[in-house]
Design a protein around this ligand. Structure first.
Ligand SMILES: [Zn+2]
Length: 234
């Protein structure tokens, strides 16, 4: 095994990790999500208002029908009133008619309230509909800005991936396997150089005795930093 051949793989892996981090943290993600949320909220609100508009129309129709029923009843009582002479019956019919009048007046109040609500709603809906194209444009723009920066990062990632493949092909398979299994276990670098008497991975100084041991085990699975466990190319 030749650990030196692993160093460029480690370097490119570090760059890939940085690019992946950058890709995940792009501010364009938040901008695109926020623009889309604003658009979704406006659309949901427009839908809600339209539905309420339909409900109002239905409720007004119902009230109109109830009003017509009351009108017919009242007409019937008024006709009866012309033909009764007994005072008690006259009073009873008059009472019915005044009850109907009160009911009708209450229906009219409800209808008026619904009409007023409908007008307010109409105005809100118009404002909302006027703002929608702007929100759509903003969401589309934010999405394409995100796509553009992602394209650049993905191109860099693809190039780094190609580079990695090249380095892996140049290294021997056993060394690459050792590197991969070491990398899985460590959060820091999986392979580093001894630099000025210290581990290039964790920067811990390595004693002369330890260095001698590592050099003796050079390019074997035992050639590791005793502190962070990374493979050491000596
Ligand atoms: Zn170390």
């Amino acid at each position: 095994m030749d650990f030196r051949a692993l160093l460029p793989i480690q370097a490119v892996d570090q760059r890939i990790a940085q690019l992946q981090h950058k890709r995940a943290q792009l501010p364009e993600h938040a901008a695109a999500a926020s623009a889309q949320r604003a658009l979704d909220a406006a659309r949901a609100e427009a839908k809600r208002l339209s539905k309420r508009q339909g409900d109002i129309t239905g409720e007004i129709d119902k009230l109109e029908m109830q009003g017509k029923d009351l009108d017919a009843k009242k007409k019937k009582y008024e006709t009866q009133l012309k033909n009764v002479v007994v005072m008690r019956e006259v009073e009873a019919l008059q009472h019915e008619i005044s009850t109907i009048n009160a009911q009708h007046s209450s229906l009219d109040d409800s209808e008026l309230a619904l009409i007023t609500e409908g007008e307010t709603l109409e105005a809100s809906l118009a404002t909302l509909n006027a703002s929608t194209p702007g929100l759509e444009a903003a969401a589309a723009q934010a999405a394409s800005a995100l796509a553009a920066v992602l394209e650049v990062v993905d191109r860099d990632l693809a190039a780094a991936g190609d580079e990695r493949e090249k380095f892996v092909a140049m290294a021997d398979a056993a060394a690459v396997d050792l590197y991969e299994s070491t990398r899985k276990r460590l959060t820091g670098p999986a392979v580093a150089e001894l630099q000025k008497g210290a581990c290039g991975g964790c920067r811990t100084p390595i004693t002369a005795k330890e260095q001698t041991e590592i050099k003796k085990a050079a390019n074997t699975t035992d050639a590791r930093c005793p502190y962070c466990g990374c493979l050491l190319a000596v």
